[in-house]
Design a protein around this ligand. Sequence first.
Ligand SMILES: *[C@@H]1O[C@H](CO)[C@@H](O)[C@H](O)[C@H]1NC(C)=O
Ligand SMILES: *[C@@H]1O[C@H](CO)[C@@H](O)[C@H](O)[C@H]1NC(C)=O
Ligand SMILES: *[C@@H]1O[C@H](CO)[C@@H](O)[C@H](O)[C@H]1NC(C)=O
Ligand SMILES: *[C@@H]1O[C@H](CO)[C@@H](O)[C@H](O)[C@H]1NC(C)=O
Length: 321
Amino acid sequence: MKMEAKKICLLAICVLFAIVSIADADSSTPVLVKKVKGKKVCDKGWECKGWSEYCCNLTISDYFDTYQFEELFAKRNSPVAHAAGFWDYKSFITASALYQPHGFGTTGNKTTQMKEVAAFLGHVGSQTSCGYGVATGGPTAWGLCYNKEMSPSQDYCDDYYKYTYPCAPGAGYYGRGALPIYWQYNYGKIGEALKVDLLNHPEYIEQNATLAFQAAIHRWLTPMKKGQPSAHEAFVGTWKPTKNDTLAKRYPGFGTTMNVLYGDRTCGKGDNDDMNTVVSHYLYYLDLMGVGREEGGPHEVLTCAEQEPFNPSAPTQASSR
Ligand SMILES: *[C@@H]1O[C@H](CO)[C@@H](O)[C@H](O)[C@H]1NC(C)=O
Ligand SMILES: *[C@@H]1O[C@H](CO)[C@@H](O)[C@H](O)[C@H]1NC(C)=O
Ligand SMILES: *[C@@H]1O[C@H](CO)[C@@H](O)[C@H](O)[C@H]1NC(C)=O
Ligand SMILES: *[C@@H]1O[C@H](CO)[C@@H](O)[C@H](O)[C@H]1NC(C)=O
């Protein structure tokens, strides 16, 4: 009798322990764990909240630290950078916290997780770089130099959407953000998703780095069209190519993320500067993060040089850059 009570008590303590304090060795946040329909789900507090199986894995700040962000974007606060003082590590992690429970940076093993962050930031770095030609540190050292288009060649207000996404008088629609948003309907759609009135206030994106990163991660996680993968799915391999995809040389990997995000501006044109710039940022970040560029994979996975674009006319923001 006595023995049994002791056993039960020990068991109770064990269960309690399992629930409240399976903390990472180096993290002070307790990890909450439970089983839902036989699946282990976790809640890690602010960075990965909401009972998700992804939250049982490492979070982004577990494997990607401030000093690494500083290395990747070493020149962003130099006096000649156009957005000096704007971008920082904290805004990236804060923005990512919304999406880590959905698998952003938390899918698969640690290598896959680090590669996704390098891939996403590779896009961001290449789209916000001012490191042309012989800039000190090389062209890849200048990511996050911009947070907006400096001299827009046009107002990106498309009359076709004048009823669904009417341009606000006085609002300027031009490229802003970490993966720049151009057209008013893209501000409108992303604003709906983030519950922020970006259609009427596109300027919020250049005023708030957390919001700018949120918009970029949202785009990374969202397919352009039904039946197509998001850049995230194409990258982490949860997307299974159809026969048509394989015929079009679209394989899971970094190349297909460019196909999703930029379409025929970048893909299906052989080796071109636009594509090589994105790829070189990704490879550079893989090296800096200690993963190593050899993890980038073979040419047909890494690039989209031979890929048929998902959306041939690419009626997207990116096409008009
Ligand atoms: C969590 O990580 C493990 C290996 O580290 C991986 O096998 C698993 O797929 C990951 N979970 C999810 C939901 O991606
Ligand atoms: C991580 O996952 C990838 C993809 O599933 C796999 O190819 C690789 O071997 C894994 N790496 C380790 C260290 O387990
Ligand atoms: C910036 O955007 C984030 C995310 O939408 C929001 O939580 C925060 O309050 C904003 N900051 C300011 C100063 O408006
Ligand atoms: C595959 O490609 C063919 C030819 O381009 C097209 O007619 C067909 O609808 C495609 N099938 C799917 C499932 O997308």
